[in-house]
Design a protein around this ligand. Sequence first.
Ligand code: CAA
Length: 288
Amino acid sequence: MADAADVERAAVLGAGTMGHGIAQVCAQAGIDVVLYDVDDAALQRGLAGIKKSLEKAVEKGKARRDEAEAALRRVTVLKDLDAACRRADVVVEAVPEKLELKRKLFAEVERHVAPEAMLASNTSSLSIERLAEGLARPERFLGLHFFNPVPLMPLLEIVVGPRTGAGVVVAAAALGRRLGKEPIVVQDAPGFASSRLGLALGLEAIRMVEEGVASATDIDKAMELGYRHPMGPLKLTDLVGLDVRLGIAEYLHQTLGERFRPPELLRRMVGEGKLGKKSGQGFYEWTE
Ligand code: CAA
């Protein structure tokens, strides 16, 4: 396994919110990164997202213009999985939360990558062991769970499967620090540490809206002002995506039981295309 300092090239699979955020922090840490997706439009949106965020970092005085420009030059977008992975020291997958989709992708990735490359999933809840089923070298596979917005959030949750090697955990923690993140190490339990706790609060807040306990704004204020959360659980659900949270809730409902049953309101909103910030409407209305 390459040492974090030796990581020169990364491949990030999936150009959505998380994927392009992960690609950005890699590029800012001096790593050449290929952002892969099957969809051209998603790749262009991902690249535009990186440009916009780097621009904001410059505006806010968090990065120098020349550094931001250099980071952008390190990002390549590609639709060819083989070319994306062939020279990568690390591959981070951030495609939708579907076990079969991720498994298929990793099976394909394993055919292209170098034998010593680290393989990681940004899954927010799926079992690392189940994702690793079918891998020829499961010891180099683990969860690297980033948080949205990736360039701003300091946490990296490292999820260790039963067959993950100790060396790869050490390398992942070092890589996380190089990306400016503080790593925590969590065992492969449903929802890990962050999603399990975050969902518990988010689902309860949705049930409270359903029951008319208070408005979304006031429920959020309760947590923002009463508990000093930077963002209330409903605004956060809009940021993460209602569809993403529903997917996690369904999985935790299956694995951890009734307390994670998705509220009807959440299902209805997702059915109506109210996915939060990315669709312009969730518990709040979002405009540019
Ligand atoms: N690049 C670099 N820095 C930036 C930046 C950018 N593009 N944009 C803003 N910043 C900096 C700002 O300069 C500011 O820095 P200082 O604190 O030093 O002044 C800081 O970031 C905060 O920026 P803003 O003042 O513009 O924004 P804010 O105060 O409203 O905070 C937020 C925004 C960080 C998103 C905050 O609202 C927050 O922490 N929200 C909660 C987010 C959260 O919980 N995410 C986790 C979601 S769950 C998840 O992701 C896991 C999953 O599996 C689904």
